[in-house]
Each structure stands twice: as C-alpha cells, then as structure tokens.
Design a binder for this molecule. Sequence first.
Ligand code: 4AD
Ligand code: MG
Length: 467
Amino acid sequence: MKEVSRKKVKDLLELQAGEDVLAKGWVRTKRGNKEIAFIALNDGSTIKNIQIVVDKNPETEAVLAKITTGACIAVRGKLVESVGSGQKVEIHAEQIEIYGTCDPMRYPLQKKDTSMEYLRTVAHMRPRTNTFGAVLRLRSQMAYAIHDYFHSKGFAYLNTPLITTADAEGAGQMFQVTTLDLNNVPKDKKGQVDYSKDFFGKQASLTVSGQLEGELGATALGEIYTFGPTFRAENSNTPRHLAEFWMIEPEMAFYDIKDNMDLAEDFIKYLVRYALDNCLDDITFLNDRYDNELIERLRGVVDTDFVRLEYTDGIAILEQAVKDGVKFEYPVYWGVDLQSEHERFLVEQHFRKPVILTGYPKDIKAFYMKQNEDGKTVRAMDVLFPKIGEIIGGSEREADLEKLEGRINELGMSRRSLEWYIDTRRFGSCPHSGFGLGFERLLLFITGMSNIRDVIPFPRTPKNAEF
Ligand code: 4AD
Ligand code: MG
C-alpha cells in the first residue's frame, strides 16, 4: 500500500473523495449488517466522527470482532463520497490496525449512565465523550482568544506567584502551604505555631488573586494581564464555585472606572464573538443536546449594550420587586452583599441583558478599592450575566496613600505583609484600575453547562480532589 501520513478527522472531512488516507482515533460506535460494518471514528479534533466502511470477509470479521466502543484503531483506506453518514466523505477501509482494545464489560463510558453526576466520578475518562470533547475544545479556544485579545492591545502577560504571604481579597479563604510536620508542629514561647521554622520562614498560602502583584506590573509596564490558577478555600458547594479556578486579571495604569467598564464589556463581547465565529460546531452540539437557547443567548450578548447601574439603584429595583411579590431566599436592603438570585433577577427579569453594577458599599468590598466622596461607597464594578450572576469583579484602585493605609488599618489587616504593595502608592502613585474574569464562569456561559464542575477537566471542590 502507498505510504500516506495520518490526517486528523477534522481535516479529512474537508478533503475531496479519491485520496488514499490514514486515520487514527477511538471508536464511538460500530454497527452494520451481514455484508458491511460501519465504524464511527473520533480523534478529538472535532465533534464530528468520520465513518469507516468495512467489507466483511473472514479476515476482516476477525478484526471487527475485537473492535468495540472505546477501542483505538488506525485505518488505511480510500476516501469515498458518502451517501448516508451525514458527511460529504467516508473512508472505505483497506487495512485496520488495532492499537488498544476496550473491554465492553468494564469500559466506564456505557450508554446506560451518561448523567453529568456519573461522568464526574469517571473524570479521567469523560474527555472521551462528545460533551466533554466539545467543552474542552471550547476551553482551549477561549484561552487562546484571551491571549490574542490582550496581545493585540499591547498588554504584557505577567506571571504572578501562586504561593503568597498576603491575602489579596482579605476574605481569609486561603489554603496554607507548609512543610512543617503536622504531627509535631514547632511552637514559640507563646504557644503559637513557629513559622520561622517553616519553608518560607513565615506563614504562606496559595494565592486567591494575582491582582496585588498585577498592580506592581501595571504601574511599571502600563497594561498587563495575568491568566493562571487561583485557590479559594470557601466551603461553598454551589454550581458556580471551585476551590481551584482560573482567573484572568487585567490591570491598567491611567484607567478610571469608566475605562475599566468599557474594557470589560469589549473584552467579554470579543470572547463570545470569537466562540461563535470559530467554534460553532461544538456550540451547536451543546445547544442541540442541552440548552436550545444557548446560541440565542450568546448572540444576545454580542449585540447589546450592557446596562450600567449604581448599586443603590439596583437595590431600589430589587426592593420594588419584593413589594410587587417577587420572593427571594435572601433579604434585600442597602448594604447587603447581593446573592446570585438577586443578580440574576436584575439581568434575566428586569433588564434582560448583562448589567454592570457599580458604587457598592465599601463594607462588602476589598480594601484596595477607590473610595467615593460619599464615604460610604467604592468604585467597584461587577459584571452580571444571564444564568451566571457575577462573571467579573473589579474596581478602580485607591491611589491615595493615606486613604489606602486608613482602610488597611480600619480593617485590622496585617500591614507588614502588605508594605511592598503600599510602596506603589508611596513612589509614583497613579490612577489605575483592573478586574478579574473567572475563566470557568465564562465557560459556563459559553458552553451552557449548568455546573462549574463540568467546564474544568479535573474539578477541585470540598471533599473532592481525585484524578
Ligand atoms: O470578585 P473576585 O473575588 O475579584 C478578585 O479576585 C479581584 N482581585 C479581581 C481584580 O480586580 N483583579 O473574583 C473575580 C472573579 C469573579 O467575578 C468570578 O467570576 C471568579 O473570579 N470567581 C470564582 N470562580 C469560580 N470559583 C470561585 N470560587 C470563584 N471566586 C471568584
Ligand atoms: Mg467578586
């Protein structure tokens, strides 16, 4: 047989009939009749399978007997026009090599249970399903689009540390990093843990945000972004929280809160448009299988101006809704931290489009946000999305040294671990802003999946760190 190099299924499906080809992949299904067998082969390059047609004779029957769903094979043959497979072309097999058989009695991906809950228990195998293939391809495409967006705008990609000694959000939800022997912890004279004996000589944790170091970058390079894993030990078992998630944090010198909002809106629209333009096969699959309003929702975001609303006005709308008989699980009053039911009411019921909420009470936001003249609110901005609630959190930063120090003291935060950060305000302080986009929250929106555990390959949540 003529030597041909392997081509991916995605590319094979675009070729004209007549070529000799070599395909490699995993068997999705095998069916047939007395004369011929049909194998649907997938190699992960696309949601689509290529159909393999095998003429039955004693020799091929022996090979076919070993080919079951999940098996890995290589097929040489001729690309021919297809009549019934739904694709333009299929492969008429001339030679099949089996790389790995797949015992149907033990293969974890059976037709009988394909629930998302079950698939989480076999997360090492679920990338082989159509659904997770689509989700993981989309995840990869979105990561590329994010770098592409910032690169084209001249932002520098800054790598901020994962191990830190500062709690950026001041929410105390950090995972400790230590090499101390937990069965024999060294203590100081006061009976407290003696961290001077620990690896870093002080108490260290996994970071909850790259923002503080991001600000160091922005006040030197002008515009930076981070894109990396973040860790939060918040014990919330919700469909929107992970203990390990990825965050994109742009930080820009000379941006005020309005510039920040403009960038956030432009950024997220670019990403949704990119998905619609480049990943429509996978999105269409997810739309048809799980959520037939997905494509409409994505188009809706691209074509609409986001609402910009003061927190105080948002609370007024929610209070009016309560008067009109809307039932929320959590109470609504000025000063309250909004729950996702409130955010979703504003977005899905009231405005029917994404909302950027600003001017939050300072008591429910982090120490670094720029304080407004009223003494009560800060220049925070949360971008709220349909089905998700908060997808982005950000703010203009407090650039005034005294006000920043005042807030740190007021909150009783550890000054010592923040001196390096405060230096940005001591030496050439500048107005600046930034925000954080939760990568998995974005993917929830783009894929239409309803649980955040299903948009990351190997989720980490309370009591769950397998695979
Ligand atoms: O609102 P957050 O806590 O903001 C920050 O961390 C800032 N330092 C960002 C900045 O201004 N540079 O988190 C930002 C986003 C949220 O809007 C949400 O999308 C996501 O991160 N997020 C989570 N995603 C999954 N699981 C969790 N536990 C998350 N916590 C926050
Ligand atoms: Mg937030």
